[in-house]
Design a protein around this ligand. Sequence first.
Ligand SMILES: [Zn+2]
Length: 494
Amino acid sequence: MRHYLTTAIPYVNAKPHLGHLFEFIQTDVNARFLDLEKNEVYFLTGSDENSLKNVISAREKNISPQELVDQNSQYFRNLKELFNLSNDDFIRTTEERHKKGVIKLWKKVFDKGDIYKKEYEGLYCVGCEAFYKQEELINGLCPEHKTKPELVKEENYFFRLSIYQKELERMIVSGKLEIIPEKRKNEVLSFIRQGLEDFSISRSKERAKNWGILVPNDDSQIIYVWFDALANYITALDFYKEKTDLFEKWWNKSDKIIHFIGKGITRFHAIYWPAMLLSAQLRLPTTIFVHGYLTINGQKISKSLEGAIDPFEITKKYDPEIIRYFLMREISSFEDGDFSEDRLKERYNSDLAQGIGNLVSRVLALGEQYGKQIIIQCSNSDLITKFWNDYKEQMKEFRFNDALATIWNLITYCDKYISDIKPWEKIDNEKEFQKILGELIYILGNISLMLSPVMPKTSEKILEFFKLQNILKQDWLSQKVSLKKQPPLFPKKV
Ligand SMILES: [Zn+2]
């Protein structure tokens, strides 16, 4: 199977925070799992640089918008190396390939007859860069930003969203366009059923502060930033070119196209974007995966929390792999979740230092004490298969926290096995000791493979400790290994 995975592209008016990182890691974990399962995977992320918010932030800092997006986009790109993200590409919407692609998309939609000009007056939230209806506001304020939208009147280009209402509904109901989880799917459907209205897809040059992509054949207007940003998913595949292998392979011929997004932008991805694609006569994504929001110590992520939410700061104290583990284990894939350093310490001590770290050390110590080669074996393959099946199902359903719980159940199983059977009392019984240790090594090899999407480096280390890394995966049985003690994977923290 071939999979094309994308994250949302954040606007880069500030440095990345843990909420961004959470989505990047979710997508990375999915990509690495698919890779483990021998799928073909292409993983894209990027930065939304044509947003008005970037212009406003640049003014506050007295620099040009281009300087601001150059600086901040670099922080986002730096996350790749630090957090070992496996993305194949990073698209910036100020790149030529993007601008040309957006113009090509606009022209296709225009040629279809789905773009028209009209005078419009509406309530506009700059934070969302979207118009709201009076009844969508909460006490007159934007539901996302809790700010008062401004009344805007101007002539804009509109997209005929309304004519795609039936088709969108049908595609979502049938699951041809899958929205995960179910709760979000129902929200989208009820929004569609209230009736879709055409929406404006351009802004006057003045209101866009002359920043963004000009409307073809009308340089008094700038293309609406969402029309522009959503297109990144295809412009990164060289959509602008006449003939393109990337677009052909990963958009047209992927078995799955999965957009990973946060709940605040569901409408744009599940309604606007598919309708734009229908209009341009392009295929739709297959899946939209919607995660919740991260809070920090119970508070919504905001500027005032800066130190606590900076992914670069936090790695001064904790290895990035520990952050990867914590975010995937502690936060539910679909609901809002809280990040706190106290919880991180607890998880570190119980799951990593005491859990996997301690298990690995115990088995290595027994192996060193024994001093001879151990034959890897397995007498309970049904049990291992059952764990693998649960794990795979959870990963396929994007339930990363549940998949990790499954791995930790297997770790607990090993701990209990060791306490019950007391191998140190059997070191003189050659056959039985061989069996106990041989089985533990086999299970640890499997644990390490299951762990690899979330903690790729830790997984490699475990395979190395048990000399499994050079043996073809799944081919460990009857191989002989000799063990010696190694430094602890996760030294206990006070
Ligand atoms: Zn808003």
